[in-house]
Design a protein around this ligand. Sequence first.
Ligand SMILES: [Zn+2]
Length: 86
Amino acid sequence: MLARFLIWALFLLVVWRALRSLFAGVVQGASRPPVPPAGPPEKGEMMVRDPVCGTFVLPSRAVSARDRNGTHYFCSDRCRHAYQQH
Ligand SMILES: [Zn+2]
């Protein structure tokens, strides 16, 4: 009998806390204007392959070089230099 009561009390406590955190999250979300996430836009950026060593790199962080075939991205200056030696 007591055990059942304790289980119910625990259940209600969990539900109450969940509702409170949900409500707090809504209030916090309403009072704060939506701010775009800071930092480099890593999500959604296409990875490109370093043609020298085969490493995949992010264009925004890679070393780039342009030639008649277009722009190429490299993991390092060393790879770019190697590519330009061709
Ligand atoms: Zn490389």
